[in-house]
Design a protein around this ligand. Structure first.
Ligand SMILES: [Mn+2]
Length: 369
């Protein structure tokens, strides 16, 4: 499809989806997206090599938006781009995503920052604290669906806080506006990025996410998708879930679970997700230790509450970093220099704070098994 054809098609579909009140599909009109893409490409053209940073222990949304942005910059601005992450790709589905689609992502430890003249960040922001950008650097480009942090305004090009369910949706809008023919691997990654971040279009989903999802689906490799969604799981995974069930404490309609050491950090989020699906549970909190840091995940069904704001209030006063949105949030707290007894005290204090926030402070805890 040529650019002109693509434009025609875009205009035609835009006319169909536009209602009389001209609903702004979360991210603004097609021409607004086109303007943002033009600005990004014009800026990137003056550069040779780009590094695109995901958040640490990247999830499918950050991996997909990183890889898609890299492809877009290469295609439209002739910039050589690499996607790098701090931490590890831990979750079996995420490892399968990278492997099955052969996505070009590398650990940050293999990257020399001096070799790049453009730095981009996806699915996180400089102040978010959940990424490994060295303090001496600041990103030129930031694309993220989380609420905008003040410092992000200092980036040359930023597209943040659009309130979509996934960063992949924002990047998909760029691809749509570009008129380029998107390769199956990129389309599949973005599709899975939206699918997993919105939990099948159920969590924090906007009409814009649905539109991007439907646009990507016919371009996606469904066989690859199936291999990603149902990966082989290591024995450790089952051992950890056994432990999670033993360690869970139910306080009224809240579940709290201290997993101890975990073999990859995003397992904490997986456990918190799982417990939220139990019975009448409205709040779920899981914590696990990985390489000298505590990882926290909070999930809620209570739409009036803001898990992101809550976790920031609790964890930042302990010296950690936190982020997230209404129904899901995470935090990281480095344990360096804290003695085991002080550690236990701190964890008790944090649990008490959360239980107060969950309105479950008085509830008698009970075990699951
Ligand atoms: Mn995301």
């Amino acid at each position: 499809m040529t650019r002109v054809e693509a434009n025609h098609r875009r205009r035609a579909s835009g006319a169909r989806t536009r209602s009389r009140t001209r609903v702004r599909l979360g991210g603004g009109s097609r021409s607004e997206v086109r303007d943002r893409l033009d600005k990004l490409v014009a800026f990137a053209r003056g550069h040779r090599r780009a590094i695109i940073l995901t958040h640490d222990n990247p999830d499918p949304d950050s991996i997909a938006s990183g890889v898609a942005l890299a492809w877009l910059l290469e295609q439209m601005a002739g910039v050589e781009a690499v996607v790098a992450y701090g931490g590890i790709v831990g979750r079996a589905e995420n490892r399968a995503l990278v492997k099955v689609l052969r996505l070009p992502v590398v650990p940050l430890s293999r990257v020399v920052f001096g070799e790049y003249d453009l730095i981009a960040m996806v699915d996180t922001q400089p102040e978010q604290g959940n990424h490994s950008l060295p303090a001496a650097h600041f990103p030129d480009v930031v694309i993220d669906h989380h609420p905008e942090r003040p410092e992000t305004k200092l980036a040359v090009v930023s597209d943040v806080g659009r309130d979509t369910g996934a960063t992949s949706t924002v990047v998909t809008d760029y691809l749509r506006a570009s008129g380029l023919d998107v390769p199956p691997a990129i389309a599949t990654a973005l599709f899975y990025g939206i699918k997993s971040d919105t939990r099948d279009l159920e969590r924090e989903t906007t009409p814009q996410d649905v539109e991007a999802y439907l646009w990507l689906f016919p371009k996606a490799d469904t066989q690859a998708l199936s291999q990603i969604e149902r990966p082989r799981l290591p024995e450790d995974y089952f051992r950890l879930f056994h432990k999670a069930v033993e360690k869970a404490r139910v306080h009224g309609d809240s579940v709290v679970c201290d997993l101890g050491k975990v073999y990859y950090p995003d397992l904490v989020a997986e456990v918190a997700d799982r417990f939220l699906s139990m019975g009448d549970v409205k709040w779920s909190l899981a914590v696990g230790e990985y390489r000298g840091s505590l990882y926290f995940s909070v999930r809620t069904r209570d739409r009036r509450m803001n898990a992101g704001k809550m976790i920031r209030e609790v964890i930042e006063q302990e010296g950690g970093t936190a982020g997230g949105h209404g129904s899901m949030a995470g935090a990281c707290l480095p344990l360096k220099g804290i003695a085991p007894t002080a550690r236990r005290r701190m964890l008790r204090r944090v649990f008490r704070c959360f239980l107060r926030e969950f309105d479950a402070e008085g509830a008698r805890p009970r075990r699951l098994v």
